[in-house]
Design a protein around this ligand. Structure first.
Ligand code: BG6
Length: 336
């Protein structure tokens, strides 16, 4: 009641509410005691070095940014797959599901870093103003652009209802309606008990405007792709076409590959929470979630929570229900 001193800080772990209304309500409760500047909402993906590296890749290099727009990019994919299930967290997960647990949080954060405009400085207010702008441009998700899945066996987990409709997998398609991204589809996918543990984003560039090689030589032709591997095997790889040795022109795919482990052997990546908790102690909110950004992220998913599409079963160890392949068709998921 005496008010909390201005140098006091509160670190809040997600989930920050379960939808727009509950997030607003929760914020109201926090704001009775703390000022927004004292609230540090953690999304640990922001603490991952490979997520921060998206900004370094984009804004400390001259090479990529000129191509980073609707004129050269065909589509963008982001996959966050886990091989584990819910690990005994049935009661928590029954109130959450993949859309709330990771899509609204981790995947949206990564997408904002991939798509935001360059802020004038790497500084808390400017950076989060830019991420807010791009979230505002992100189209609220239509339920028909979402696939929800549930792995077979989820309903047998302790704490899970026998007729649970909670999704352990979600895939969606969205657009960012601004000058940079108009018309470029973004495909986001997250799930538990999938083929393998992998989090990566792939920017797929457009086809060349005209192909001058003969049909028999172009069998392996594929568009350029830039893949940012968030985990594991952290790194970046850029695929392009080369001439395969032999007579005549025959195209083949090749890649330039940057691997954190090899390049910086002996300097392990910093643990995400280590970075973020230290930032909170130093009073640096750059990598924390502002209330406005949080509310906008809920708003984007609001139509899906109002009319959730039917949940589809998938085999543990697979890449989710087949409807997710139909969602991206005629393109296909790059991460497999
Ligand atoms: C957490 C989710 O925020 O992120 C978990 O609540 C998920 O369900 C975890 O397993 C994934 O984090 P990481 O760092 O292992 O990709």
């Amino acid at each position: 009641e005496e008010g909390i001193g201005t140098d006091a800080r509160i670190v809040v772990e997600k989930p920050f509410g379960t939808d727009l209304d509950s997030a607003r309500e929760l914020n109201g409760v926090v704001r009775e005691v703390f000022d927004e500047s004292q609230v540090y909402r953690i999304d640990h993906y922001m603490g991952k070095e490979t997520v921060q590296n998206i900004l370094v890749l984009r804004f400390a290099n001259a090479l990529f940014e000129p191509l980073w727009n609707r004129r050269y990019v065909d589509h963008v994919e982001l996959t966050v797959a886990e091989d584990i299930g819910i690990e005994g967290r049935g009661r928590f997960y029954e109130r959450t599901g993949a859309l709330r647990d990771v899509m609204q949080t981790h995947l949206f954060q990564v997408i904002t870093f991939l798509t935001m405009e360059p802020p004038p400085a790497f500084e808390a207010y400017q950076l989060r103003d830019e991420t807010l702008k791009v979230l505002r441009a992100m189209r609220p998700i239509s339920p028909s652009d979402v696939v929800r899945g549930q792995y077979r066996g989820y309903r047998d987990e302790p704490g899970v209802a026998a007729d649970s409709q909670v999704e352990t997998f979600a895939a969606l398609r969205t657009h960012i309606d601004n000058w940079r991204w108009a018309g470029v589809p973004f495909y986001l996918r997250a799930g538990k008990r999938m083929g393998r543990r992998v989090a990566e984003a792939t920017v797929v560039f457009q086809d060349v405007p005209h192909l001058l090689f003969e049909r028999e030589g172009i069998a392996g032709m594929a568009p350029n792709r830039l893949t940012i591997r968030i985990q594991p095997d952290e790194g970046i790889s850029l695929s392009f076409m080369v001439q395969r040795p032999g007579l005549g022109i025959r195209l083949d795919g090749a890649a330039l590959d940057f691997d954190y482990g090899q390049a910086f052997a002996g300097s392990p990546l910093v643990e995400a929470y280590e970075q973020l908790l230290l930032d909170a102690m130093h009073g640096d909110p750059t990598l924390f979630i502002r209330q406005q950004n949080l509310e906008r992220a809920w708003e984007i998913l609001d139509p899906v929570f109002r009319e959730p599409p039917r949940v589809r079963e998938y085999e543990p160890g697979s890449w989710g229900p087949e409807e997710a392949d139909a969602l991206i068709a005629p393109r296909r998921w790059e991460t497999r």
